[in-house]
Design a protein around this ligand. Structure first.
Ligand code: EPZ
Length: 435
């Protein structure tokens, strides 16, 4: 297994290009299943989860190809497809469940493995099942698979009013894709509002879907008989951008993040400004005009000039759970004490034990972590446990004195596009040690 070796203590200076969003690219790759016409995605990030999703689509009989160095990827899902997502692939990437809605909507049947749990929580998909059943699907769970089909005599899902027990991002995405081809109107009453949802909706609208209200908690979809192909540019990855913002705040420095839209990170940027970092949004008040029209400039005098910030994670537009571990790394070396509350996942403090090995002072009580900022962290060997925990350890390693060796960085490779190259490009002393 590859490792990352970081020699800490260097400020970050220069410019970074933020890649397309993992959590937009994955549902948008599945959206290609909704038509037999060619679909092209631009600005697709180069990372493991995208490669896994491509393998899943190829496995079904999709014709996929990459082209150009701008992260272009094309898809064509023929009428004869094997509507199956096998356990071997689903167990490595939970987002495979996003195939369920499109397969049901277009082919009327699907066999998708239950994802199983993951490091950060049990992460059931019961709400996905509940919503699709409301749209008329018959779904049985047998031998670890969801066996979904339309009832005899029906050739399409039917529109429904769906109100899930809690807000679910991929659940909302599954319903959006299923409703696009359903018969009649679907209303999502407590839809997720993440920018990735809006980006998927914009893509579906380009394909001929009739959607309104995306980006709010209530989305209305009027189903159509068929969708056509499109070309769509994947929105910039706000979590990758937020990760770099926390890294610069911690190490000190002056960095321009290209293609990053500050508007998608309001809650995180607000906390960074309160901590003492200077963050400037470039390119207009919203995120119109696509990724290239936006940038974020961040300056900091380093963690010891920062005031630790308490926060609690919640659904967008509140502070994102996917930024919790990274901001905690900053709090570990900022001045003062802070309290971090994780309200979304039941086990998303796996990074705490590893940060403690680097000298952090953290006490966890259930879903609350109390952090006392320390003068310095000292390099050590640590182990990545999940995607964002890995990013947290990278940030801590960048500020720790001496060498930090991070093991099991396949977790990081799932969701970050060339992170060590990007960090080296702005002055970090970081290298990958191949196993
Ligand atoms: C998406 O996961 C993201 N993944 C996650 O990003 C992100 O952390 C999460 O949303 C929350 O923002 C992708 O978009 C591919 P949820 P998802 O359904 O959709 C419970 C990363 O680091 N729930 O919004 O799986 C669930 O257990 C990853 O990039 C049910 O109980 O999350 C959780 O407590 C990690 N039943 C809460 O709802 C369901 O059927 C929110 O989960 C669905 C969800």
């Amino acid at each position: 297994m590859d490792k990352l070796l970081i020699r800490g203590g260097r400020p970050l200076q220069g410019e970074v290009l933020i890649s397309g969003a993992k959590n937009a690219a994955l549902p948008e790759m599945c959206a290609a299943l909704l038509t037999n016409e060619p679909v092209t995605l631009l600005n697709v990030p180069r990372l493991q989860d995208v490669r896994t999703m491509r393998k899943l689509l190829d496995n079904m009989g999709c014709v996929t190809e990459t082209h150009g160095d701008r992260g272009g990827m094309s898809f064509r899902a023929p009428d004869s497809i094997n509507p199956e997502a096998p356990y071997e692939l689903v167990k490595t990437m939970r987002a495979s469940v996003l195939a369920l809605g499109p397969l049901l909507a277009r082919f009327g049947r699907a066999k998708v493995s239950l994802p199983g749990g993951c490091a950060i929580g049990s992460r059931p998909v019961d709400q996905h099942i509940k919503g699709l059943q409301a749209m008329g699907a018959e779904i049985d769970v047998e031998h670890g698979y969801m066996l979904a089909r339309l009832p005899p005599g029906r050739t399409r899902l039917k529109g429904a009013r769906i109100a899930t027990d809690m807000i679910t991002v991929t659940g909302t995405e599954n319903f959006l894709m299923a409703a696009a081809l359903a018969e009649g109107e679907t209303i999502l009453e407590n839809a997720a509002q993440e920018p990735e949802i809006s980006d998927l909706a914009e893509m579906l609208i380009k394909m001929g879907a009739r959607i309104e209200g995306h980006g709010s908690s209530r989305i209305r979809i009027e189903g159509v008989e068929r969708l056509h192909g499109c070309t769509h540019e994947v929105v910039a990855d706000r979590i990758e951008a937020g990760t770099f913002l926390c890294a610069v705040a911690a190490t000190g420095g002056d960095v321009m993040l290209r293609h990053a839209c500050a508007h998608h990170l309001d809650a995180v940027i607000e906390k960074l400004r309160e901590a003492g970092a200077e963050v400037e949004a470039l390119g207009g008040p919203d995120c119109e005009g696509g990724p290239k029209a936006h940038a974020i400039h961040v300056r900091s005098l380093g963690a010891r000039a920062m005031q630790a910030q308490s926060f609690r994670t919640s659904e967008y537009p509140a502070f994102p759970t996917d930024m919790q571990a990274q901001f905690m790394a900053l709090n570990c070396v900022a001045k003062g004490s802070s309290m971090v509350t994780e309200t979304i996942f039941e086990n998303r403090f796996m990074h705490v034990n590893e940060l403690t090995r680097l000298g952090a002072a953290i006490h966890v009580d259930g879903r609350v972590a109390m952090i006392d900022g320390v003068q310095k962290l000292s390099g050590a060997t640590v182990m990545a446990t999940d995607l964002r925990a890995s990013a947290s350890l990278v940030i801590a390693g960048l500020v720790a004195e001496g060498e930090t060796l991070i093991d099991r960085i396949y977790h990081l490779d799932r969701g970050y596009d060339q992170m060590e190259e990007k960090l080296r490009g702005i002055g970090a002393d970081i290298e990958r040690i191949k196993s």
